[in-house]
Write a protein that binds this ligand. Structure first.
Ligand code: DP6
Length: 333
């Protein structure tokens, strides 16, 4: 059977940074995210019962052709396919192709959408339909923890969880609850110098990591309340605090990790200038140099125009909260 899934990436409002168990992606702290719409991975998986393998993994490049993925990415995909096969006691081989609608590995959480899509397509190709908690837990086991959140739409919380099996994401509110926009300013789309995985590993070496864990319970409460009340004036400052704190921990890890580029700071400044002019706009970031500007629909145009004018900005992606992954009929092969 051949199944194609389109899975969006997500932007974390409260970040997963630091793992209790890095192999199983068990986080130190809960995280909260908004699932996006336009930044998606499309993944086609076909399962052939009588094929003894190995699994075939291809990626479609922006130019349109199918080719071999980078060895490390191929290894992670094959490992996840074996895990999926093993979880359901199945044999056979998978043929998989995947593509992203946006630059990979640039701090836009391409592994979140990639592994959410792969998990959905591969289990679908086995003829298995999973409930969201099991799908989320399985996606998480790919090692890309944020993939656990990308299997759900709208606003999502991934609690820290106790044990491996119990760690999965839960819905906080559907996309229809609150129409928030995310204008992503690309200041550098080259692959990031240090992987998130390595960042999680180093996080606990930061002198600020422990303090961050103390602060988080109250910030998590406020973010949940602000989402429930659709209150951007309350949510916004916490988004920026949280993004800066993620990078503070990264920059003070041993050895330090510097994801920011000069353009990062320029965009952060521009967002402050926008607010000084009365435009509702708040910045957040993942583990990369690009800046996600969260705003209501009536600010989006002004935000996009202001960011487009900056010479440091290579391009904008105008995204918004969305409904989560879906199965589609247009296969990649
Ligand atoms: C900073 O381990 O999920 O984006 O596998 O690269 O997607 P990838 O990273 P993952 O860590 C995510 C780190 C983060 C914060 C977050 O999304 O919670």
């Amino acid at each position: 059977m051949k199944v194609t899934a389109v899975a969006p990436t997500n932007i974390a409002f409260i970040k997963y940074w630091g793992a209790r168990n890095l192999e199983a992606a068990i986080p130190f702290n809960p995280s909260i995210s908004m699932t996006l719409t336009r930044c998606v991975s499309r993944c086609t998986a076909e399962h052939r019962e009588d094929d003894s393998g190995p699994d075939e993994v291809l990626v479609r490049s922006p130019g349109g052709g199918l080719g071999r993925p980078a060895p490390e990415f191929a290894r992670r995909i094959r490992e996840h396919l074996s895990r999926i096969r093993g979880s359901f006691g199945r044999a056979g081989a998978f043929h998989v192709a995947t593509e992203n609608s946006f630059p990979s590995a640039a701090g836009l959480a391409s592994s979140a959408s990639g592994f959410a899509g792969l998990t959905l397509a591969a289990t679908g190709a086995l003829g298995i339909e999973l409930d969201p908690a099991v799908l989320s837990s399985l996606a998480r086991q790919s090692g890309s923890g944020s993939a656990a959140r990308s299997v759900l739409g709208g606003y999502v919380e991934w609690p820290a969880g106790e044990g491996e099996e119990r760690s999965y994401a839960l819905p906080l509110a559907p996309a229809t609850h609150w129409d928030l926009r995310n204008v992503i300013a690309l200041v550098d789309s080259a692959p990031k110098p240090v992987s998130s995985r390595e960042g999680h590993r180093r996080a606990t070496t930061s002198p600020f990591f422990g303090r961050r864990q103390e602060i988080l319970p109250s910030r998590l409460r406020t973010v949940r309340e602000a989402i429930a009340a659709r209150d951007l004036d309350r949510l916004g400052p916490l988004l920026e605090e949280e993004a800066i704190e993620l990078h503070l921990v990264a920059m003070s890890s041993r050895p330090p990790i510097l994801y920011w580029r000069p353009g990062t700071l320029r965009v952060l400044e521009a967002v402050r200038e926008l607010r000084a002019r009365g435009v509702a706009a708040w910045a957040t970031m993942d583990a990369g140099p690009n800046v996600h500007v969260i705003c209501p629909p009536d600010s989006e145009e002004q935000v996009a125009r202001a960011l487009n004018r900056l010479p440091e900005v290579e391009g904008l992606i105008r995204d918004r909260v969305g409904d989560g992954p879906q199965l589609v009929a247009e296969h990649l092969f």
